[in-house]
Design a binder for this molecule. Structure first.
Ligand code: FES
Length: 174
């Protein structure tokens, strides 16, 4: 009789012990999970940022100009001020402005502009692009990546965003 009564009691104690261990494990895991998720919370998963390029007046109309993009960078658990985030090509057409990310969609080299041929050219593997950013030849899987622009309070702004390289489709990554 005594053995029959102690069996359910032992099972109950095992179950209670396992449940207690799970609760303690969960409580200990919460600070760790919050630490890992913190950078995601801070950036809100945001992709792209608007940057000001100044007034239209300084921009020539006959050829595109390359500009650096400077801004604050939040990288995992660190935040750096005034970092070079990348480079863009900007072309003024009257009161409108077109912009492209200067990274080659092939492997990310910085694309240049060959004024003698009036086309964008990548020095790494010779991808070429028209003045409108369209792919003309070379290993790049797509045309240059266009960026949104707008005029705000007389200043040109561009939405700077980076794209995944080596894919025919355009995918924003940062
Ligand atoms: S990185 Fe531009 S062609 Fe390869």
């Amino acid at each position: 009789m005594g053995v029959e009564q102690s069996q359910p009691r032992r099972s109950f104690l095992k179950l209670a012990s396992a449940a207690g261990g799970a609760v303690i494990g969960l409580v200990l895991a919460i600070p760790g999970l919050r630490y890992i998720a913190d950078p995601l919370r801070r950036t809100g998963g945001q992709v792209g940022r608007w940057v000001s390029l100044g007034g239209l007046d300084g921009m020539p109309e006959d050829h595109p100009v390359q500009l650096p993009v400077i801004g604050d960078q939040t990288d995992a658990w660190t935040r750096s001020k005034d970092v070079k985030l990348g480079a863009i090509w900007v072309r003024r057409q009257g009161d409108a402005v077109k912009a492209w990310n200067a990274e080659c969609p092939h492997l990310g080299c910085k694309v240049g502009y060959d004024r003698s041929k009036s086309q964008f050219a990548c020095p790494c593997h010779e991808s070429a692009f028209s003045p409108a950013g369209e792919r003309l030849g070379g290993p790049s899987p797509r045309s240059l990546d266009p960026l949104q622009t707008r005029i705000k309070d007389g200043k040109v702004e561009v939405r700077f965003v980076r794209f995944r390289a080596q894919t025919p489709e355009r995918e924003e990554i940062g």
